[in-house]
Design a protein around this ligand. Structure first.
Ligand code: 13P
Ligand code: SF4
Length: 305
């Protein structure tokens, strides 16, 4: 059995030897964020995956994120250390179901949140993330938008767009279970704190928030403003917020803000991933090319909230 320090040293050794880079989403376990070369939100990590010179990308996140890296960098080997780490929201829409829905809205543009499979991206006109969803929708010529799979993000976008947005009935189980009553309770306990919410939250939670951001948006905002924050998103983000701002206070909006999928990877599975080159994520070329078009169209949009 290795101890933690041995595991860390072995990961760093193998990373060097394999010319690998470790990317980690802001919701990952603290130990994974700490060993990663780069942490970020979905948009930032997609950009980083493309720009990396390394031959191997170890993606500490969930399946769709590693898949996006494989779509954007087919010449690199993309590893996801835990093959079953998936996003339940991404599984709420399939390419077949989307094709059927598109028949009902022949004039609509299809915008898909990056929290979706490659097959669904391949059926979409453009992708978006929580950082740029409003800009993506407003950049389109079409007046009607079929928005998949997050109904809450669709609802958030509709606050800032005059377009007709047809939402899919999907949602993030972790964000959807944050309730307005949780925010009200947290505000009572911490009356001086600003509420920062993720746009995957419900409508009434967004109504109560002072600011709405992607995870990196929260990281940036809290660095430059305020001293005390109630955080309405997955609790993994608090690791980074506290590390970046040791003198500021951050509170979870409730005790249930855990995404189990984002906690699947630990130091042991990361080491196994590098030792055995597992699990390699690939996307069939015909799907990859179409999904890439949807991602590229998004990445061309510069301004992000
Ligand atoms: P962002 O970090 O892009 O805001 O993503 C949130 C998310 O739910 C990822 O699964
Ligand atoms: Fe999916 Fe929600 Fe987990 Fe993100 S936090 S991976 S959207 S289930």
């Amino acid at each position: 059995m290795h101890n933690k320090q041995n595991i860390i040293e072995r990961i760093l050794e193998l990373k060097e030897k394999l010319n690998a880079v470790i990317l980690a989403h802001n919701y990952e376990r603290g130990e994974i964020q700490d060993i990663a070369d780069i942490t970020g939100d979905s948009l930032g990590l997609s950009r980083q995956a493309m720009e990396q010179k390394a031959e191997v990308i170890v993606f500490c996140g969930v399946h769709f994120m590693a898949e996006s890296a494989a779509i954007l960098s087919p010449e690199k080997t993309v590893l996801l250390p835990e093959i079953y780490a998936g996003c339940p929201m991404a599984s709420m829409v399939t390419a077949d179901a989307l094709r059927e829905e598109k028949k009902k809205y022949p004039d609509a543009a299809v915008v898909c949140y990056v929290n979706s499979t490659a097959d669904v991206k391949a059926e979409s006109d453009i992708c978006c993330t929580s950082a740029n969803a409003v800009e993506v929708v407003n950049s389109l010529e079409e007046e009607q938008i079929l928005f998949v799979p997050d109904k809450n993000l669709a609802d958030y976008v509709s606050r800032y767009s005059t377009k007709e947005i047809v939402p899919w009935e999907g949602y993030c189980p972790t964000h959807n279970q944050i309730l307005a009553t949780d925010v009200i309770r947290a505000k009572k306990e911490h009356p001086e704190a600003e509420v920062l919410a993720h746009p995957e939250c419900r409508h009434d939670v967004i109504d109560l928030a002072d600011r709405v951001f992607s995870t990196t948006g929260m990281v940036e905002y809290s660095k430059h403003h305020g001293n005390e924050f109630i955080i309405a998103t997955e609790r993994g983000l608090l690791h980074k917020l506290k590390k970046d701002n040791p003198d500021k206070k951050f509170y979870n909006v409730s005790e249930y803000t855990v995404c189990p999928e984002m906690k699947a990877i630990d130091l042991e599975s990361l080491l196994l991933s590098l030792e055995n080159m597992q699990y390699v994520i690939t996307v069939p070329e015909n799907i990859r090319v179409k999904a890439r078009t949807a991602l590229d169209r998004m990445l061309e949009i510069k301004r992000c909230r």
